[in-house]
Design a binder for this molecule. Structure first.
Ligand SMILES: Cc1cc2nc3c(=O)[nH]c(=O)nc-3n(C[C@H](O)[C@H](O)[C@H](O)COP(=O)(O)O)c2cc1C
Length: 368
């Protein structure tokens, strides 16, 4: 059992972080989880600074509970027109099949790393927790975040990454097992063979670093939460289980694919074809035909440029053949209930002193 105090780290009543999930949720899900005592997260990796501010305001108006803002901190490589042209060659039959012409232009990068412009926009709100994916921001940015009093947490997918984050003085490490849905937070290696299951990774990291650990990947019920705590975590971060919840914005095609997979023993795989980085999602036509890990996928985030065009055209005719159907390996953890109910269900097997502060957490930040 990890003896780190999750309350000191997260400021919440429950040791549960609703995982930030870009593209499928906003402040609505974060508020619902925060109101029952978990840590609500707003994924900001695909939002403009103005959109981030709007989301924070919605959260603060609804609850005075702590807030986690999540950002990516990848290095943005220059746009590679040759790589894009090679990728287009492979995808051309699909553009023809859908009767659309490809736009090979750069467009805006779909995912921007955390930067000073965003820091300027959010500074006044002093988020209690800031979580990062794909490593950590540059030292000067990190310094700014710390000066607001925000706790800094980031994902590790290997012992080496956990040791790196510990050296940088993070307040908590999200130990992301290979079961996790969405993007792997890997930042020291791009070899997916270095990735292992949560139980193994947690045990290895717990014996090597003295930092609060948050377990992520495949956790979908109270037993999973309890097991993670017994293996060295002081809290858990759970994403996929919330995908079918009332307050998530998961598209109807994505929801249908999850429900179908759960009924038919469908499965997930790691794929780089939708963004350029490995991420776990339900296997669909694009992954099957292109190969889930395709060496020609342009670097993150530019693989998304062409795939997003195919996705848009195929979703318009009711197909998810080219959609990233992010989901963790534990597909049956997804349930059509409210996010509050899901959060409390996850706590079923873990002793805790939840003293039902719904009234307190329903007050807005300003009222406090
Ligand atoms: C749909 C989806 C989107 C995700 N997007 C993000 C994101 O924007 N930022 C992030 O740090 N992690 C993201 N993740 C990964 C989660 O933080 C977390 O590692 C994962 O959900 C845990 O595994 P689980 O899905 O099996 O619960 C995403 C996961 C999913 C399922």
């Amino acid at each position: 059992m990890n003896n780190k105090d999750f309350k000191a780290l997260l400021g919440t009543e429950l040791p549960i972080i609703q995982a930030p999930m870009a593209g499928v949720q906003d402040s609505k899900l974060a508020i619902a989880v925060a109101k029952v005592g978990g840590l609500g997260s707003i994924p900001c990796g695909m939002l403009s600074p103005a959109q981030v501010v709007d989301e924070i305001k919605r959260f603060r108006a609804a609850t005075c509970a702590p807030l986690n803002l999540n950002f990516f901190c990848h290095e943005l490589p220059p746009f590679d027109t040759q790589a894009q042209a090679r990728w287009h060659e492979l995808l051309a039959p699909y553009f023809d099949g859908l009767g659309i012409a490809a736009d090979l232009g750069q467009g805006g990068a779909s995912r921007m790393p955390f930067n000073h412009e965003i820091a300027d926009a959010i500074e006044a709100f002093k988020p209690e927790v800031m979580s990062f994916h794909f490593g950590l921001p540059q030292e000067d940015l990190l310094k700014r975040v710390r000066s607001w009093g925000s706790k800094v947490i980031s994902s590790a997918t290997s012992v080496a990454e956990a040791e790196f984050l510990a050296m940088q003085g993070v307040d908590g490490i999200i130990v992301q097992g290979i079961e996790a849905g969405g993007h792997r937070g890997m930042f020291l290696s791009d070899d997916v063979n270095t990735q292992v299951e949560l139980e193994t990774l947690l045990t290895q990291i717990a014996s090597r670093v003295d930092v609060a650990l948050i377990a992520a990947g495949g956790i979908g019920d109270g037993h999973g939460v309890k097991a993670a705590m017994e293996n060295g975590a002081c809290a858990v971060q759970i994403g996929s289980a919330y995908l079918l919840c009332d307050e998530a914005n998961t598209s109807s095609l994505h929801k249908a694919a999850i429900e179908h997979a759960a009924k038919t023993q469908g499965h997930t795989a790691l794929t780089n074809i939708f963004s350029g980085r490995p991420a776990r999602g339900l296997v669909n036509r694009a992954m099957t035909e292109l190969g889930a890990m395709n060496p020609h996928a342009p670097a993150f985030p530019y693989a998304a440029n062409l795939m997003a065009q195919l996705r848009k055209a195929s979703e318009a005719i009711g197909m998810s053949d080219f959609s990233p159907l992010w989901c963790g390996a534990n597909i049956t953890a997804c349930r059509k209930i409210s996010a509050g109910e899901m959060t409390l269900t996850l706590m079923e097997s873990v002793p805790h002193d939840h003293d039902n502060k719904y009234e307190y957490m329903s007050r807005s930040y300003a009222d406090n």
